[in-house]
Design a protein around this ligand. Structure first.
Ligand SMILES: [Zn+2]
Length: 339
């Protein structure tokens, strides 16, 4: 059911700097060697320059693969330095010409360049199809950023500091390795489009209701079983949730309940009927039991463990959107079911 981000991320080749014809040939051959795992090739003579590599290949075809391996190391280092230099140049260019958009898509860079020179001018930043493994905190200096595209990277965590990007309207972090959504994400009051598809997210917090500007939500290809009730407070124009565990045939399994504990049942009865007033003093042990922190998502009264129940909603242009309620009692359970 779940797609594999790793497989989906592979096919797009990096945009490499244009090389002269002769060097291009070397580069093409090197890519082949890269796939053949150069590390296992025994070391032989060491041609250090492109020129040496080409000449050696012409003279000794039988030794070519070994020389390839060594050649790859030299060129690979050079290539990455070239790419880094190009990204830095792109930043300088952007600064000089006063541009508000920067596209570093498909460079396979491992780190975001320093963006402080663009702190007050950048509105659009595209870092998709790269090899960035931790969230590029360099973006937090961008005071007016509205569009941030990070799709197809191996990023594992979105830091809560993302709330610093106050004017963010579009955030795309599809095809990464995200498992949770931080509280700071839900402070982005101008966010209109959120694409978190093809990650490993199993749960969407109820705080999503705070994203009142949200128009489009894409959660395709995650581990979701249902949505929180807060989603019903949004005014979405489009929602995508294919390739999750949200099919109606799984709802029963996804909302299994254990019998409520007797202490929870009596505590709930005690609180709901305001029995405090009948007692002058309540023992500490009982007070601990009555210390309830959760709320029923249906009647908003106190809730101990309670029950989970999925309601099928036809909303935002889709049918059978599963919304999971955590409720206090069997009567609230029935009310959700009947609605
Ligand atoms: Zn309730």
């Amino acid at each position: 059911m779940q797609n594999h981000p790793q497989l989906l991320r592979r096919p797009l080749p990096p945009k490499l700097p244009k090389l002269p014809l002769r060097k291009k040939k070397v580069h093409t051959e090197i890519c082949v060697t890269e796939n053949e795992n150069v590390e296992s090739v025994p070391k032989q003579s060491k041609p250090t320059l492109y020129e040496g590599l080409i000449k050696s290949r012409k003279k000794h075809e039988s030794e070519a693969s070994a020389m390839h391996g060594e050649g790859f190391k030299t060129v690979a280092a050079t290539r990455y330095e070239t790419i880094t230099a190009m990204t830095n140049l792109a930043v300088v260019n952007c600064q000089i010409y006063g541009r508000n958009a920067l596209n570093l898509k498909g460079f396979f860079i491992m780190n975001c360049p320093d963006l402080t020179p663009l702190a007050f001018q950048l509105i659009y930043l595209n870092l998709s199809f790269n090899d960035i493994s931790s969230f590029p905190t360099e973006v937090f200096c961008l005071k007016h950023l509205q569009i941030l595209i990070l799709r197809n990277n191996p990023i594992k965590v979105i830091p809560s500091e993302i709330q610093q990007l106050k004017f963010l309207r579009v955030f795309n972090i599809a095809f990464n390795l995200i498992t949770t959504l931080p509280p700071g994400l839900f402070s982005l009051l101008h966010l209109e489009e959120l694409d978190i598809s093809y990650n490993s997210i199993a749960f969407i917090p109820n705080e999503i209701q705070k994203l009142r500007s949200l128009k489009k939500l894409n959660v395709d290809g995650n581990d979701l079983t249902a949505f929180p009730p807060g989603i019903l407070k949004l005014n979405l124009k489009k929602i995508l949730f294919e390739n999750n565990f949200t099919h109606p045939s799984l709802w029963k399994e996804n909302s299994l309940n254990s019998p409520q504990r007797l202490t929870h049942l009596t505590s709930l009865f005690f609180l709901k009927n305001n029995l405090h007033k009948y007692y002058d003093a309540i023992p500490v042990k009982i007070q601990t039991l009555l210390n309830c922190t959760a709320r029923c998502e249906w009647c908003h009264g106190p809730r101990f463990d309670g029950y989970r129940v999925i309601q099928s909603c036809n909303i935002f242009g889709v049918t059978h959107l599963p919304v999971m309620f955590h409720v206090c009692s069997s009567s609230c359970y029935r009310k959700v079911k009947e609605k």
